[in-house]
Design a protein around this ligand. Structure first.
Ligand code: SF4
Ligand code: SF4
Length: 252
């Protein structure tokens, strides 16, 4: 690889029918060929490091790499599709293909290679000894966004509401449920109870095995009155018309 030039570096390993990298390169620097399942090949002499192929690749399989920027440092650029974005000069933790941290890098610039496309490329200066492995960076935290995360989707209960409940002494799933309604919705806590349990354990000294499960009440899933009446040996409501009349009368 040419060391002192920013060049597309592709890690596309699956022979799948995909070729936007080839068709989007304005300089004809990527070839896939007539069989669309071929793996792409970069022609380093033609690549200008514009970054367009990085933004169009659906698999985030392309980065830009310059092993030597003239100051004994390497430059790696990768697509970053999260918020908040880092700023020029920020120190960030760069990660490998598995998302494991490799070390620190300095953000040198941000670039949108395609007008009206939201994908940003982050250029990071790193030590050459880790440059070959760098694929991305650890995601930056947005505290406001984190607090507004919905934990219980059925009842739209946020992380902030659950944290408030735990801080007020609700140290069980039932206690959190009573204050916030988390777990009272249609799915009856199937989605959120694990998240709420983890939050309680993180915020208190309670271990997961000490945490009592939430109380369950029949029916576990929403079912129609007709099903209840027809499947039980001792149906709750033998005469649905009579029940409907009874409910009507109560409403009146
Ligand atoms: S970085 Fe630009 S010039 Fe290089 S292969 Fe990608 S699209 Fe083509
Ligand atoms: S666009 Fe990305 S995933 Fe598709 S062939 Fe090119 S490098 Fe591979």
């Amino acid at each position: 690889m040419i060391a002192n030039k920013l060049i597309a570096d592709i890690h596309c390993i699956e022979p799948i029918p995909c070729n936007p990298c080839e068709t989007s390169c304005p300089f004809g620097a990527i070839t896939i060929g007539s069989d669309i399942t071929n793996l792409p090949v970069v022609h380093e002499d033609l690549c200008r490091g514009c970054g367009i192929c990085l933004a169009v690749c659906p698999g985030l399989a392309i980065r830009l790499l310059q092993m030597d920027n003239g100051n004994n440092r390497a430059i790696v650029a990768f697509p970053y599709e999260y918020h908040p974005l880092p700023q020029k000069g920020d120190l960030v933790t760069v990660v490998n293909m598995e998302g494991l941290p490799l070390g620190q890098g300095t953000v040198t610039r941000l670039q949108k290679p395609i007008k009206n496309d939201p994908t940003q490329l982050v250029f990071v200066e790193v030590d050459p000894s880790i440059a070959q492995e760098v694929r991305s960076m650890e995601r930056l935290k947005d505290n406001d966004l984190e607090e507004e995360l919905i934990i219980c989707r059925c009842e739209e209960v946020t992380r902030k509401e659950i944290l408030n409940a735990i801080q007020k002494g609700d140290h069980s799933l039932d206690a959190v449920k009573r204050r916030t309604r988390a777990g009272m919705g249609l799915c009856q806590g199937k989605s959120c109870s694990k998240l709420v349990s983890r939050m309680i354990c993180e915020q208190t000294n309670i271990t997961p095995d000490q945490l009592a499960p939430a109380s369950k009440r029949q029916p576990v899933n929403p079912i129609s009155l007709k099903t209840m009446a027809s499947t039980s040996d001792k149906p709750l409501f033998r005469d649905l018309d009579a029940l409907a009349r009874e409910l009507d009368n109560e409403v009146k």
